[in-house]
Write a protein that binds this ligand. Structure first.
Ligand SMILES: [Cu+2]
Length: 251
């Protein structure tokens, strides 16, 4: 019987054979980091924004508040300092992060106007802490970072990534703890593709998609896509009245 490649002793442990004569495509990661400087209705460029983490939590059985055992809620944790705001994704908790403006309330939900960052499920950097890759790519060891706004801080992996032995970006900027309240928080979201190569990726790789979403979450009072005018379109025919009176809608 033919063995699966993973059971074949000739199959590589850290890659995939993708072509004849032992063409071994190594496992690897493509890591990115998005610098987000949200304002969310804050006229001071986002100085007063609060970044929060939201998890979904099942409630314990309780004869009074959860008698059927089906209750769950969201738990909000404000991220108030640079060290506390180094966070990882938690798909099992439906974790998202919100940028909220506590000074403006949504008139419908009665909560601070906000946008949310919806992460995708992907691992952080797979290299060991202290390894060269981990030191250079420190920004990718966690998915979320928040720092006080600083015009000079633009490149999360530092200015000279290839020649560097250490990350001179986020690793440096987050060494010291600092409060985020009133600091115009800048959010850094690290994400990427952990590429376990397939034979189908060779010799020309098709597209691989990665990313995240930013969604309004209590920013608008209603669905902002519903922007059609209320006027009746004169070309439209009411199937029940005029067309019916003429005997057909297709005369
Ligand atoms: Cu790749």
């Amino acid at each position: 019987m033919k063995q699966w490649p993973s059971e074949d002793p000739a199959a590589p442990s850290y890659g995939t054979l993708v072509g004849p004569n032992g063409v071994n495509a190594q496992h690897h990661q493509h890591m990115f980091c998005a610098r987000l400087d949200p304002a969310v209705d804050d006229e001071d460029g986002g100085r007063g924004l609060v970044v929060k983490e939201l998890d979904v939590e099942s409630l314990p059985w309780d004869g009074l508040t959860n008698p059927y055992g089906n209750g769950f809620r969201t738990v909000e944790t404000p991220l108030t300092s640079v060290h506390q705001a180094q966070r990882c994704i938690a798909p099992e908790k439906g974790r998202i992060w919100k940028f909220a403006n506590p000074n403006v309330l949504n008139p419908v939900s009665l909560t601070p106007v906000a946008y949310k960052l919806v992460p995708a499920a992907h691992p952080p950097l797979a290299a060991q802490p202290g390894s060269l890759i981990s030191r250079k790519g420190h920004f990718a060891t966690k998915q979320l970072w928040v720092t006080p706004h600083n015009d000079k801080q633009n490149w999360p992996a530092g200015d000279y990534v290839f020649g560097a032995k250490e990350c001179s970006g986020l690793a440096l900027w987050t060494k010291e703890d600092a409060p985020l309240e009133g600091a115009d928080p800048v959010v850094w979201y690290s994400f990427g593709v952990t590429h376990i190569v397939r034979p189908e990726d060779f010799p020309i790789m098709p597209v691989e998609v990665c990313g995240f979403m930013i969604k309004p979450a209590g920013f608008f009072p209603r669905n902002p896509c519903l922007d059609l005018p209320f006027d009746r379109n004169a070309a439209s025919v009411d199937n029940h009245s005029e067309a019916a009176a003429n005997g057909s809608c297709c005369h």
